[in-house]
Design a protein around this ligand. Structure first.
Ligand code: ADP
Ligand code: MG
Length: 484
């Protein structure tokens, strides 16, 4: 059934702010730490006292260059900082030190999945460095707004996309990719609930096929990936409904209300502040040399797209497995360790994505808190591949004991518990003979065509071996004996 909504398409551009996990703030030596006692990481520089001077944080620049390299952006050689002036209680200096005309990175792209699963590149406009403001707290005191300036001056990068995102699902996937990248790079913890990763969504709609963008609104205050998607869905519908009623969309900033999934107007863009940007006089211009960029390149860890390619193209894993392995950096790093100990990549992938991940899910813990070393998983795979352990004994018996006693080896656990599979062929043939002697009339029935009895004999052999006979070996000799 077609509806009015099908006539329109959405245009979405995202601005993602990522707090950089540097030791100290962007322009001072105050500690950059989430959760400290309010107003303890605050010096005269953060407060902007007269006569104090900022000093830029080199680690912050290193982190921003890393992000730029990961997105294949151009790194700006000569850059300056800019002052963005506005008055707000959580901004003690009365201005924010940011970048205006010379962002540290320009261009680049983020690769995302479209709704149909195919791959798409979303172009970036720029990535620039700036500082966070303090935090106004409205819900602690019934009469006053409280202010915590620990966050004032915390370094941020703002990643601005071109308006190339088409659906709320693509937006969700985009933020997921950005979060994955900053986590792989170890430059931001990506925690949206704590606000270390924040996203403003610019949304407009136009008739399908049109080449003129509609007026956009900018939605703020989504504290989860899911809420980014909800806010965009709400905005698209709201805008289409208004247009269908013959109204025009007001260019404005709106705030998302998670309680009911709606957005409300905060301020119109027409009345937007004139920020009076000008070059920051207290900070020197910075040169990011080619040598510096080369050095940073050498410090880059493997990134998810690189690993995905390696797993699918070199290790022969399915796209699904490669996706699950690379979604989370720590899982990927664990897997990277496991495959140092085994070349059975498919099995290694199964152990990590199935056995280990479901254990982690059950216990609601992260792989960092999983005590079994990757080497032990490699050993376990070797024991299976050399037929010393069956898959089921390995996963249902040895693995749980290994988790309880991670200092032991898989082999010693299997030996202590008498779980090593008996693949000694002569011994198995002995057991087969015993089984056949027990049921001479069934042997006759088998020989006269009742092949289904094979299963019954297998069961008997396994019982005689107390479950330790290698089923593949037993099966082979059982057929041989029965055909004699
Ligand atoms: P502002 O300071 O006004 O927020 P920015 O340049 O920081 O402007 O961000 C603009 C963002 O809005 C970019 O992500 C851009 O892709 C997006 N954008 C621009 N025009 C539209 C539009 N018509 N519809 C949706 N998004 C848009
Ligand atoms: Mg904006």
């Amino acid at each position: 059934m077609s509806s009015i909504y099908d006539k329109y398409e959405a245009v979405i551009g995202l601005e993602v702010h990522a707090q950089l996990q540097t030791k100290t703030k962007a322009y001072s030596s105050d500690k950059n730490e989430y959760g400290s006692t309010p107003n303890t990481n605050v010096s005269v520089i953060t407060l902007g006292h007269p006569g104090t001077l900022p000093k830029y944080n080199k680690q912050g620049i290193n982190f921003a260059v890393k992000m730029g390299l990961a997105c294949e952006s151009n790194i700006t050689k000569d850059m300056i900082f800019a002052r963005k002036n506005y008055f707000y209680p959580d901004l003690p200096k009365g201005y924010q030190i940011t970048q205006d005309e010379t962002p540290i990175c320009t261009g680049g792209k983020i690769q995302i999945k479209k709704d149909d699963g195919s791959v798409k590149q979303v172009a970036l406009t720029r990535i620039h460095l700036e500082e966070d403001a303090g935090k106004s707290i409205h819900d602690l005191d019934p009469f006053n707004t409280l202010i915590d300036l620990n966050r004032a001056g915390v370094p941020l990068i703002e990643i601005v996309s071109e308006p190339e995102i088409k659906t709320s699902q693509e937006a969700y996937n985009y933020v997921t990719e950005v979060r994955k990248l900053v986590r792989y790079l170890d430059i931001c913890d990506g925690n949206m609930e704590e606000g270390s990763l924040r996203c403003d969504a610019n949304v407009s709609v136009m008739l399908k096929g049109s080449d003129t963008f509609g007026n956009r609104t900018e939605v703020k205050n989504m504290n989860s990936m899911r809420n980014v998607q909800r806010a965009i869905d709400f905005e698209i519908k709201r805008q289409i409904d208004l247009i269908e009623q013959g109204e025009t969309i007001v260019t404005e900033t709106r705030s998302f209300n998670a309680a009911n999934g709606s957005t409300i107007s905060m301020r119109s863009k027409e009345a937007a502040n004139d920020y009076r940007y000008f070059p920051e006089p207290d900070l020197q211009p910075i040169q990011v040399t080619q040598e510096y960029v080369t050095k940073v390149k050498e410090q880059m860890p493997p990134l998810p797209n690189f690993l995905f390619h390696k797993y699918t193209k070199e290790l022969g894993l399915s796209e699904y497995d490669a996706q699950v392995l690379t979604d989370d950096k720590s899982i990927a790093l664990y897997f990277e360790e496991v495959i140092k100990y085994t070349e059975n990549y498919k099995s290694a992938s199964n152990w990590v994505t199935v056995n280990i991940k479901s254990y982690l899910n059950d216990k609601a813990i992260e792989i960092e808190d999983f005590d079994v070393k990757p080497e032990k998983i490699g050993e376990l795979i070797k024991l299976i591949d050399s037929n010393q352990l069956s898959n089921s004994v390995a996963s249902q018996k040895v693995f749980p004991v290994l988790i309880q006693t991670p200092e032991k080896t898989a082999l010693s656990i299997a030996e202590e518990n008498n779980w090593i599979q008996n693949s000694d062929e002569d011994a198995i043939v002995e057991l087969i003979k015993k089984a056949l002697e027990k049921y001479p009339e069934k042997v006759e029935e088998y020989k006269s065509g009742k092949k289904g009895l094979l299963g019954m004999f297998m069961g008997e052999v396994m019982k005689l071996s107390q479950g330790k006979a290698d089923p593949k070996v037993a099966n082979k000799y059982l057929r041989q004996e029965l055909e004699k």
